[in-house]
Write a protein that binds this ligand. Structure first.
Ligand SMILES: NC(=O)c1ccc[n+]([C@@H]2O[C@H](COP(=O)([O-])OP(=O)(O)OC[C@H]3O[C@@H](n4cnc5c(N)ncnc54)[C@H](OP(=O)(O)O)[C@@H]3O)[C@@H](O)[C@H]2O)c1
Length: 305
């Protein structure tokens, strides 16, 4: 079976994806900033600032999945943090390009994460699809540069797929773990106006889309990875409260409070674009969890993942 090298594979998505790939019989290796002895998956290291990748990592890879990137929701977006968010995705992508070129390495495919932030955070009813241009705000610009680093790899003649990902729902870690705490305490309410869209995807479907991108040689370019059930922030929290059998009645969390607490980063909670899943469905992907209610029932009933 083919070997898949995953950058940033120690994160929320990478851990699930590695497991699913191994279950399917793929050989998985990780590319990380640090060596990890505590895992049964072979880990190679890279140093993006020094432009170094362990040579063997490139040699063994049939496919590369590029997930690495500093978390966008972990710290305030200071100028330094914004630069790190960009560099960790773009310079790393450029480094992979450089090493592939230097080693004349021909991958079967290069699959890069991207995000629905590509379309910006715009609260309207417009449904954004893959042919829409990138927004000129921070997230849009980050995703544009991130995808451009993947496009350079496509120019080497390597099939390249970009997965514009929505909010990934998992039981452990990620966004749901943060959203669920107040709801469990019975103090759920919408954020800001609550009308902002929250394109979401169950982790199993995201992994399913990555696996489809490996096996489906017709897949090329950008695909939105969001479920077809469009939910606003208010709908999302209401559904979560219903699934948990908790009340939904508190006044909305004021936008000003979030702006004060999180600064510019509050955008990711207060605004949100509506995003289409049509292209990936037309490509033949069948969502295992097309509705939010079904996804939440599944995630909240599982003991472990
Ligand atoms: N989870 C979501 O809801 C979501 C939504 C949209 C897009 N995405 C994108 O999908 C990708 C994977 O998401 P995730 O949730 O798995 O992310 P994550 O849990 O934050 O993990 C990302 C991984 O990237 C590596 N990393 C962190 N900081 C880095 C830095 N400064 N330079 C280089 N590498 C760094 C780390 O791996 P090592 O420590 O092993 O190097 C980390 O485990 C990310 O690029 C993310 O932006 C995720």
């Amino acid at each position: 079976m083919a070997t898949i090298l995953i950058t940033g594979g120690t994160g929320v998505v990478g851990k699930h994806l590695s497991k699913k790939l191994k279950e399917k019989g793929y050989s998985v290796a990780l590319l990380s900033r640090a060596s990890h002895k505590d895992t049964d998956i072979i880990t190679y290291t890279w140093d993006i600032d020094k432009s170094e990748i362990e040579k063997r990592a490139i040699e063994i890879a049939d496919y590369i999945i590029h997930l690495a990137g500093a978390n966008i929701g972990q710290q305030r977006w200071t100028a330094k943090r914004r630069q790190l968010i960009i560099d960790s995705r773009v310079k790393s992508g450029q480094l992979i390009f450089k090493k592939l070129k230097e080693n004349k390495k021909n991958l079967k495919a290069y699959i890069s994460a991207s995000a629905i932030g590509y379309y910006g955070t715009v609260t309207t009813d417009q449904i954004f699809s893959e042919t829409d241009p990138p927004s000129n705000d921070f997230l849009g610009d980050t995703c544009r540069q991130w995808e451009q680093s993947a496009d350079r790899i496509e120019k080497l003649g390597i099939r390249t797929v970009k997965i514009r990902t929505g909010v990934v729902l998992t039981k452990q870690g990620g966004a749901l773990a943060k959203i669920i705490t107040p709801v469990k305490l019975g103090i759920s309410s919408a954020i800001g106006f609550g009308r902002q869209f929250m394109p979401w995807i169950h982790i199993d479907d995201l992994c399913g889309i990555y696996i489809k991108a490996i096996v489906d040689t017709q897949m090329n370019g950008a695909y939105n990875a969001v479920a077809p059930d469009h939910k606003t922030n208010k709908d999302f929290t209401e559904t979560l409260a219903r699934v948990l059998k908790k009340p939904f009645w508190f006044p909305n969390v004021p936008a000003l409070l979030l702006k004060f607490t999180f600064g510019k980063m509050s955008e990711i909670f207060l605004k949100g674009s509506r995003v289409s899943s049509e292209k990936i469905i037309k490509a033949g992907y069948r969502f295992k969890f097309p509705t939010l209610e079904g996804a939440l029932v599944d995630l909240l009933s599982k003991k472990t993942q």
